[in-house]
Design a protein around this ligand. Structure first.
Ligand SMILES: [Zn+2]
Length: 441
């Protein structure tokens, strides 16, 4: 990649991270310390940076000379060991920002963009960003095993990025797993354990497994580092818009990592003088069957009430979101909102995105599109506002979970029969094999 990325053994990256600080009591801890929650109050820890130094580093290396990957903004990322950084995420991040003119026309938005993390590498979801940070941190610590608790996409990201880094991966899934994602983890060489419990129960127990065994978990013990990866989506969106921060960003929310760190990323860009980001609103989308954060936002409550998830959007089925309070803070400070969509609306959102923009997303992306549609209809956006919707995952991984559609009937491989079939399709008809109506797509 770039000559400006330090990659040889023993070298330090340009990271300007200075330590870890508690979200609540603001106690601080050294960056090197293996710690993921505040010993005093139990809240999560955040990475803090020397922003004056970061601003100087930024001006020294122009964007064009920086690698187009997850490390493009390495000053504002927490990895300091260049050899660890060089082994992870070299092809992650820097996903396309796509002008969505056809979907925009449907919704009455003339400046709609899609941040397409359904094409993120290597595992086709936004989780490649966060897990890259976890695996790099693990290598920095000299460890060779990594665990995770996952509703699907974290697992495939851990399996894939760990394999590339030569690290053994252990993936714990709750009971409502998406089959294709679990099979993908195994195909990538990870050891998979399905746990009889929902995500929140599995998450609690995995924390105990981590504490008992000392094995690092990508999204538990490495969480302060993991979360930092999510900021890169905000950095890229603003740079891809030529440093003009959008009026609105909308994304699906599960645990709340992405939406809360979009806020942090926007704040940091402004601190570095790279863009005026204060006016950018952040909106979050959740399924009606698991919407604790959106409910609190809409009701203007400070407290999140945990729910038992019941939704086809399995990757959003987190009823007790760890970073939910940070999301509420981010959305309120930015004047955004929360919305939710039923399962049928989510699948209609998937179909609308596919039909207008040729992108196949999973139910999380369908949730974002469904809520985007509702907010547009409610007049939350001016027609010429710049709106960015983040498509967080790929629909190829969830096809088995989409509602069944009729299996096309077989016609003879013969000109007249095929012309007749084509005429029928052009008239809007379908060729249904009534004996086989279980095709999922
Ligand atoms: Zn604390």
């Amino acid at each position: 990649m770039s000559t400006h990325t330090a990659q040889s053994l023993g070298q330090r990256t340009r990271s300007c991270a200075t330590g870890l600080v508690c979200h609540r009591c603001e106690n601080s801890y050294p960056l090197e310390q293996s710690i993921f929650a505040c010993p005093d109050c139990g809240k999560g820890l955040d990475v803090v940076y020397d922003y004056e130094l970061a601003a100087r580093h930024f001006s020294e290396v122009p964007s064009a000379e920086r690698p187009h990957n997850i490390w493009h903004f390495e000053e504002l990322l927490p990895i300091v060991d260049a050899s660890a950084q060089a082994r992870v995420g070299q092809h992650s991040g820097y996903t396309p920002l796509i002008r969505a003119d056809r979907l925009g026309a449907e919704l009455g938005l003339s400046n709609l963009f899609l941040k397409d993390d359904s094409s993120n590498r290597p595992s086709l979801s936004y989780k490649d960003r966060v897990v890259s940070m976890s695996v790099a941190r693990l290598l920095e610590r000299g460890e060779t095993e990594i665990g995770c608790v996952s509703t699907g996409n974290v697992g495939t990201a851990v399996a894939s990025l760990a394999a590339k880094a030569g690290v053994d991966a252990y993936v714990f899934y709750p009971n409502a797993l998406e089959n294709t994602k679990a099979r993908a983890c195994m195909a990538l060489g990870a050891k998979v354990c399905q746990v009889e419990g929902n995500y929140d129960e599995a998450n609690r127990r995995c924390r105990e497994v981590a504490e008992t065994t000392g094995m690092d978990f990508a999204n538990i013990t490495l969480r302060p580092f993991y979360a930092e990866g999510a900021k890169t989506a905000a950095f890229e969106i603003v740079e891809q818009l030529d440093w003009q921060s959008p009026d609105h960003i909308i994304t699906a929310a599960a645990g709340g990592t992405l939406s809360s760190r979009l806020h942090k990323g926007l704040v940091e860009l402004q601190l570095l003088g790279l863009s005026e980001t204060d006016a950018t609103r952040i909106h979050i989308a959740q399924p009606s069957g698991c919407n604790p954060i959106a409910t609190a936002i809409v009701a203007e409550e400070a407290e999140i009430h945990a729910v038992t998830p019941e939704t086809a959007a399995h990757s959003l089925a987190i009823g007790n979101p760890g970073d939910g309070y940070l999301v509420i803070d981010a959305v309120r400070k930015r004047g955004g909102t929360g919305g939710f969509a039923s399962d049928p609306e989510i699948f209609a959102g998937i179909d609308l995105l596919a039909a207008t923009e040729g992108l196949l997303t999973e139910p999380a992306g369908g949730t974002t599109i469904a809520v985007l549609e509702k907010l547009a209809a409610a007049g939350r956006f001016a027609p010429d506002d710049t709106v960015v919707a983040i498509i967080t995952g790929n629909g190829l991984k969830t096809l088995d979970d989409h509602p069944p559609k009729p299996w096309p009937a077989k016609v003879d491989c013969e000109l007249d029969a095929m012309l007749a079939a084509l005429s029928e399709l052009k008239r809007g008809g379908t060729l249904v094999d009534s004996a086989r109506e279980q095709l999922h797509f």
